[in-house]
Write a protein that binds this ligand. Structure first.
Ligand code: SAH
Length: 216
């Protein structure tokens, strides 16, 4: 597979849909999504549908999120060039690539070895380099690299992972879906001061669950 003019054309239509139908207004997010070739992150059997607003199965019974979800999470994160971003749930690496296209310095964690390996190879193939890719349990965050300007969680947590909030800078933002396995609510937490957190709510979503240690 390569990135043909047909793919580029479909991507442009997807970006127009994200702008006009989903209401994404951050032009940096829209242009990042116009740059990253989503069809190269998924299995070739889904290639023709890669630029529809659909989720697809990836390795280890996980899913690549809908493009609209990736766009919304990215917009809520308000990425500034050079932001240090902690991402929990690398998956196939698509959201990681969008954050890199937004000029974020991305530290990403994945608990499935197959996906850790897959995303590492895929991102390298596309010349997109996260600062650090870790195989492990995202509940612990990455204390050695903390604090972060931004934290994004791409799996649904049943409880708030407090460690991740601790690793956020004052003024930092964390975007995370919280709730039971069948449905979560997307939240944005802003760390106003070392002890004060502002919480905003952004509707219902269905993410794969955030699981514990790597041997489940
Ligand atoms: N952004 C990804 C979405 C993948 S789905 C993409 O674009 O493909 C969410 C991912 O979170 C899955 O790969 C899952 O294995 C991972 N995950 C679940 N619990 C985790 C945890 N505790 N730590 C790190 N990753 C986790």
């Amino acid at each position: 597979m390569h990135d043909s003019f047909v793919h580029k054309g479909k991507r442009k239509i997807l970006v127009d849909y994200l702008r006009n139908k989903i209401g994404i207004s951050d032009e940096n997010v829209l242009s990042a999504m116009n740059i990253v070739p989503r069809h190269l992150f998924i299995e070739s059997i889904f290639e023709d549908y890669a630029y529809e607003d659909r989720a697809f199965p990836i390795l280890a019974h996980q899913t690549i999120s809908h493009p609209s979800t990736v766009a919304e999470q990215s917009e809520l994160l308000m990425v500034q060039p050079g932001d240090k971003i902690l991402e929990i749930g690398t998956g196939c690496g698509y959201q990681t690539a969008v954050l890199i296209a937004l000029k974020g310095l991305v530290y990403t964690v994945e608990r499935q070895k197959d996906l850790f390996d897959y995303s590492k190879n895929k991102l390298r193939e596309l010349n997109m380099y996260p600062k650090f890719q870790s195989f492990g349990d995202g509940f612990a965050g990455l204390p050695t690299f903390a604090p972060f300007d931004k934290v994004i969680v791409t799996c649904g947590a049943s409880v708030l992972p407090v460690e991740l909030l601790k690793q956020l800078k004052v003024g930092g933002i964390m975007v995370i879906p919280l709730g039971p396995t069948d449905e979560q609510v997307l939240y944005r937490f802003t760390k106003i001061s070392p002890t004060e957190i502002e919480k905003e709510e952004f509707g219902a979503y269905k993410f794969v669950p955030m699981l514990g240690s790597t041997n489940q």
